[in-house]
Design a protein around this ligand. Structure first.
Ligand SMILES: Cc1ncc(COP(=O)(O)O)c(C=O)c1O
Ligand SMILES: N[C@@H](CCOP(=O)(O)O)C(=O)O
Length: 472
């Protein structure tokens, strides 16, 4: 192991990449972060323009991977992971207004940006488990997109059982069917009587029950897993290089919920990418926008919106940013997290807030603005936005910045995942690509479980035991 990772809470073992990937959440409840931020020089970044996506991914990811067997396997795993994407560029840029671009991240099998990291993570995890002769039980929380992406990516894995917890009745029909129509014995869609934050809290509680965690060899595929973030750093480089980086700075606006995708942009900047501005775009569930305004991270309840995947309060990855903004002070981080658990809020120190404000801007968009943006962009640019991307386009339009700097909005989902909201906004119903529609036509299979840790643990234990007995 030549490159190591430490927990934001400072009380878990320091690990290498493969162990961090298999651990998911650190044993002290924190998130793993790299020991340092490897830099790429200007010539390397310039060379990314027009290069195959897989080559850029290899160059960006390798410095973070100390395990020799994974270093050697990476090029082959990248080729396998991205073979099924429907666009040759994988993550193409489309111009929708002067100097404004959508980075389309939805050309994978489940039509959301999650596929980009998840397809690769499945290959990396299977490789690391095979190397150890081990199996894992993945528990994941989803507000709609991570679940389908995880189920698709792991459905053929012989070493992994996947349990996806989603908020019952709060995901779109397409999102639900992507989780419930996959006929594979190792994947389990679990509808929880609660919201996404409940699902995420249940996942973290399962990890923090060390006996349960060890007995089932729990693994994570949410963005608490560092490997997810790392794989998402790559497309910031491909997009910026295509627009002239490193000789020209580029800004990004990111539809944000769990803070994973935008954190990946911040990592790219730490690695030397000339990122002018990173803009956090939220829907009316605006805890992050409020935090940047007031310095207080305060939970207030979640309202369902037309961008359900962003209906989130506890943005897991904000902890990684806070760790850096507070000078890697693990004690202070633990105090903030204890305050969040006890009183649903914490207040940032002045230094940390100033630091975060110097790196990020933020804005929120209401439902009417989302619909107006979808309709107007369709009319004026002939381009159909999904509601999540529309949140970000609307926020980007209101940013005052240097107009000569290109603004890239991350296009995180295909509009056909949210046909009702898109049709209501612009009068046209987006169609699913036929291959995707075919996959969703089978019978649905899911279990409804109450929002109760004991009930969920009993369910996961029983199903995982049965799967292991079958596999033996
Ligand atoms: C379509 C879509 N857009 C945006 C987001 C927000 O991304 P993040 O949670 O990484 O902030 C999500 C969920 O993660 C999503 O599914
Ligand atoms: N919006 C996400 C929520 C989970 O985010 P993750 O990036 O931490 O997996 C979803 O669609 O499930």
């Amino acid at each position: 192991m030549t490159f190591s990772y430490l927990s934001t809470r400072g009380e878990a073992p320091v690990l290498g990449f493969a162990d961090v990937m298999l651990a998911g959440l650190a044993r002290d409840g924190g998130l793993y972060v790299p020991q340092s931020w490897p830099a790429l020089d200007a010539a390397t970044i310039a060379g990314f323009a027009g290069a195959p996506y897989q080559d850029v991914a290899e160059r960006v990811m390798l410095p973070y991977i100390g395990d020799q067997f994974l270093k050697e396997a990476l090029p082959g795993l990248l080729a396998e992971a991205y073979a099924g994407f429907s666009h040759p560029a994988l993550a193409p840029l489309v111009q929708i207004a002067p100097n404004t671009f959508v980075l389309e991240l939805f050309h994978g099998p489940t039509l959301a940006f999650k596929d980009v990291a998840m397809q690769l993570l499945a290959k990396l995890m299977d490789k690391a488990l095979a190397e150890r002769g081990a199996r894992a039980t993945i528990v994941a929380a989803t507000s709609g997109d991570t679940g389908g992406a995880a189920i698709d990516a792991f459905k053929n894995s012989e070493r992994v059982d996947v349990f996806v917890l989603f908020p019952h009745g709060r995901v779109s029909d397409v999102q639900r069917r992507q989780m419930t129509t996959v006929d594979a014995p190792n994947v389990h869609a679990v509808a929880v009587e609660g919201d996404f934050d409940d699902c995420q809290a249940l996942v973290k509680a399962m990890f923090n029950d060390h006996r349960f965690r060890d007995r089932l060899a729990l693994g994570a595929v949410n963005s608490i897993n560092w490997a997810r973030i790392l794989a998402q750093v790559v497309y910031y480089f491909t997009a910026a290089a295509a627009l002239g980086a490193p000789h020209r700075p580029v800004s990004f606006t990111v539809p944000t919920g769990n803070f994973g995708d935008i954190l990946a942009g911040w990592v790219a900047k730490k690695m030397g990418l000339p990122v002018e501005r990173l803009v956090v775009a939220t829907n009316s569930n605006d805890i992050l926008a409020r935090t940047l305004e007031t310095g207080r991270y305060e939970m207030r309840g979640v309202a369902p919106t037309s961008s359900p995947s962003m209906d989130i309060q506890i943005s897991s990855n904000f902890e990684r940013l806070l760790f850096e903004a507070e000078g890697r002070d693990t004690e202070s981080l633990r105090r903030h997290m204890a305050s969040l658990a006890q009183s649903k809020a914490f207040t940032l120190g002045t230094g940390a807030l100033t630091h975060i404000r110097s790196e990020f801007d933020a804005g929120r968009t209401g439902e009417a603005q989302v619909a107006e943006t979808i309709a107007r962009v369709r009319r004026e640019a002939g381009y159909m936005l999904d509601p999540h991307t529309a949140v970000a386009v609307s926020v980007a339009e209101r940013q005052a910045g240097d107009p000569s700097v290109p603004m890239v909005v991350l296009g995180t989902a295909h509009p056909a995942k949210f046909p009702d909201a898109v049709e209501a906004a612009c009068g046209e119903r987006p169609a699913l690509p036929p291959a995707v529609a075919d996959r969703l036509s089978g019978p649905e299979r899911m279990d409804v479980v109450s929002n109760d840790l004991g009930a969920i643990q009993a369910f996961v234990s029983a199903r995982a035991r049965a799967a292991r007995e079958n596999a033996a």
